[in-house]
Design a binder for this molecule. Structure first.
Ligand code: ADP
Ligand code: F6P
Length: 489
C-alpha cells in the first residue's frame, strides 16, 4: 500500500480525472443518490484505486457546487465544481464537441469555438488547483484523459515538487488531423508538463512524438527534449528536462470480472435471459456507451442484411444491444440516438414477430451482474468501433467466458485488436466482411471456440489492470527524480 498522509498534508498518490467513479443523480423529488459513472476509464481505475490508498479528484457529473470530500466505494473522493456553463463549454463543447471527434479520426466533424477553449483553460486550471491542494510533498499525481490535457503544465507551475504522469485513454491522432486544432501548441505544452506520458497503442505514442517534432522539439527513442529556454512564448525560464512517452495498453480487473461469470446465480440468470429471448439458436450481443465511435449503426446494417438474406432468421437468431446513455445533449449524439432508434424500429418492423422482436434494444445502464449474465448468454459478441482507444467490453467478454465458449467479432480499429488477434477481426466499414465474420462466429465449432477463447483469456489475465497500473506507475515514479515512489499492488 502507498502511504496516505493525513488530509492536511494531502495524499501521496492522486488521480485527477474529469469524472469521479460515482455519478450524482438527482431524482424528481430532489433526493440525490450516487451511481457508478459510465465509461472505461472508471471501470479500469476504480479497482486500482480501491487497492491503493490515495485520492481521486474529479467532477460529480452534475452542474453546481461541489460537495465536501467523501469516501465512496473504498476511495477518497475530492469533488471539483462545474457550473452549468462549464458543462456546456468545457465538457459538452471543447471536450466532446471538439477533442473527442478530432482524436477519433474525425468520424464526426469537430467544432472549434474560442469560448469553448477559454472554458477548457479555466476548468483545467480548477482541476490543477484542486490537485495541488490535495497532494503531499513529492506526491505522484496521475492525470487522466483528453479533458485535462493542460493540467500537467499548470500543476508543475503550482507545485514543482510533484511527480506528474498523464495517461490518454483515447487515441492520439496522426499529426495531419491533430494539426487542425487551433490550440495544438498549447495542448502539446500542457501535456509536456508531465514527466511521463502514457498512450494506449505504440501508434498513439508515435503520433504524439511526431506532433512534438513538427512543433520544433527534438525527440529521441520515446523522449522529448525540452531545452532550457522560454518555450512557446512563455516569459518564464525553464531548466532543460526530458519527457517520456510510451504505450501502456489499459486492461480490466480480469479476476473480478471472471468471478462474476463463475457465480451460480449469474449463470442461472444467463440461462433465464436465453429463455426470455425465446430460446434462440444464436444470440448476438452489443454492449456500448451510445457513441458514434462504436459503430453501432454499421453493426445493425450488417445484421439487418443477414436477416433480409435469411442467412440468420429471427426468432432463431436475435440481437441484444445494450447502450448506456451518453453525452445526449451533444448534437452528434442526439442525431445518432435517433438514427439507432429508427434503424432498430425498422428491423423489428420487418423481421420481428408478436412477442419476438429481432433486436432487443435497451437504452440503459445495467449493473455489473446483469452485464456478466448477458456476456455468458451471448454466442457472438459484436465489438465494432470505427475507432476506439482500447475497448474494455471486448476484454470483459473474454474474461467472463470461463466456459471457453462464445466468439468475439472485433474491429481492427479498437486498441484491443492488437492483444486479441484470435478474435474475428473486421473492418467495420466493410459490411460484407462484418457479415461474413458474424456467420463464421455463429457457426464456430466448440473446439475452435475453445482454442480462440483460451488464447484470448490467457492474454487478458496476464496483462490485467493491476499490471497496467503497476508498470505505468513504476515507470512514472522513476521518470521524475528524486523521491519515494507510491507502490501500487
Ligand atoms: P468507453 O470508455 O468508450 O465507454 P470501453 O469499452 O472501454 O468504452 O468501456 C466501457 C465500460 O462501460 C465497460 O466497463 C462496460 O462494461 C461499461 N458499459 C458499457 N455499456 C454498459 C451498459 N449498458 N451498462 C453498464 N455498463 C456498461
Ligand atoms: O476514455 C473513455 C471515456 O471517454 C472517459 O474519458 C470518460 O470519462 C468516459 O469514457 C465516459 O464518458 P463521459 O464521462 O463523457 O460520460
Amino acid at each position: 500500500q502507498s502511504q496516505t498522509s493525513d488530509s492536511d498534508q494531502g495524499s501521496d498518490l492522486v488521480v485527477v480525472a474529469n469524472r469521479l467513479p460515482v455519478d450524482r443523480k438527482v431524482a424528481a423529488d430532489g433526493t440525490a443518490t450516487w451511481k457508478p459513472s459510465p465509461g472505461g476509464l472508471v471501470s479500469a481505475l476504480e479497482p486500482v484505486m480501491q487497492r491503493n490508498s490515495g485520492a481521486w479528484v474529479g467532477w460529480t457529473g452534475q452542474p453546481g457546487d461541489a460537495p465536501e470530500p467523501f469516501e465512496a466505494r473504498g476511495i477518497h473522493l475530492i469533488p471539483v465544481e462545474l457550473s452549468k456553463k462549464d458543462v456546456e463549454d468545457f465538457y459538452e463543447g471543447m471536450s466532446n464537441g471538439a477533442l473527442w471527434p478530432l482524436y477519433h479520426d474525425v468520424i464526426a466533424q469537430p467544432q472549434f469555438h474560442r469560448h469553448w477553449w477559454e472554458s477548457y483553460v479555466r476548468v483545467n486550471r480548477r482541476f490543477a488547483e484542486k490537485a495541488a491542494e490535495n497532494s503531499a510533498e513529492n506526491a505522484l499525481v496521475w492525470v487522466q484523459d483528453y479533458q485535462l490535457q493542460l493540467v500537467p503544465q499548470m500543476l508543475r507551475a503550482l507545485r514543482p515538487d510533484l511527480r506528474i504522469a498523464f495517461f490518454n485513454h483515447i487515441p492520439f491522432p496522426p499529426y495531419e488531423i491533430f494539426a487542425q486544432l487551433p490550440w495544438r501548441r498549447q495542448v502539446l505544452d500542457g501535456l509536456l508538463g508531465a514527466d511521463q506520458l502514457g498512450f494506449q497503442r505504440p501508434a498513439d505514442a508515435n503520433n504524439f512524438l511526431r506532433a512534438c517534432r513538427r512543433n520544433g522539439l527534438a525527440t529521441r527513442r520515446g523522449l522529448v527534449h525540452l531545452p532550457a529556454e522560454p518555450r512557446f512564448g512563455s516569459p518564464d525560464h525553464h531548466p532543460s528536462r526530458e519527457v517520456r512517452a510510451a504505450a501502456f495498453p489499459i486492461s480490466i480487473d480480469a479476476e473480478q470480472v471472471a468471478a462474476l461469470g463463475q457465480r451460480p446465480d449469474i449463470q442461472e440468470r444467463a440461462r433465464e435471459i436465453r429463455r426470455e429471448l425465446g430460446d434462440p439458436k444464436v444470440v448476438l450481443l452489443g454492449v456500448d456507451r451510445l457513441d458514434y465511435t462504436k459503430g453501432i449503426l454499421h453493426r445493425l446494417k450488417a445484421v439487418e442484411e443477414l436477416f433480409a438474406e435469411e442467412v440468420l432468421s429471427p426468432p432463431d437468431a436475435v440481437l441484444v444491444q445494450v447502450a448506456t446513455p451518453s453525452r445526449d445533449r451533444v448534437e452528434e449524439y442526439e442525431k445518432m440516438k435517433r438514427d439507432v432508434e429508427v434503424t432498430v424500429g425498422r428491423i423489428n418492423g420487418d423481421y420481428g414477430q408478436l412477442g419476438h422482436p429481432a433486436v432487443h434494444y435497451l437504452h440503459q445502464s445495467q449493473d455489473r451482474e446483469e452485464l456478466a449474465a448477458l456476456y455468458l448468454a451471448a454466442d457472438v459478441m459484436l465489438v465494432t468501433p470505427l475507432r476506439d482507444g482500447m475497448n474494455l467490453v471486448a476484454k470483459e467478454y473474454v474474461a467472463t467466458r470461463h466456459d471457453e465458449q462464445g466468439a468475439l467479432v472485433l474491429s481492427e480499429f479498437a486498441g484491443a485488436a492488437i492483444e486479441l488477434p484470435q478474435a474475428f477481426l473486421i473492418n467495420p466499414h466493410d459490411i460484407d466482411g462484418v457479415k461474413a465474420a458474424i456467420v463464421r462466429a455463429a457457426g464456430l465449432s466448440p473446439r475452435e471456440a475453445t482454442r480462440r477463447m483460451r488464447a484470448m483469456r490467457r492474454r487478458v489475465f496476464e496483462f490485467d489492470v493491476a499490471r497496467w497500473a503497476s508498470t505505468f506507475l513504476k515507470v512514472a515514479a522513476s521518470a521524475a527524480e528524486p523521491s519515494t515512489p507510491g507502490r501500487v499492488t
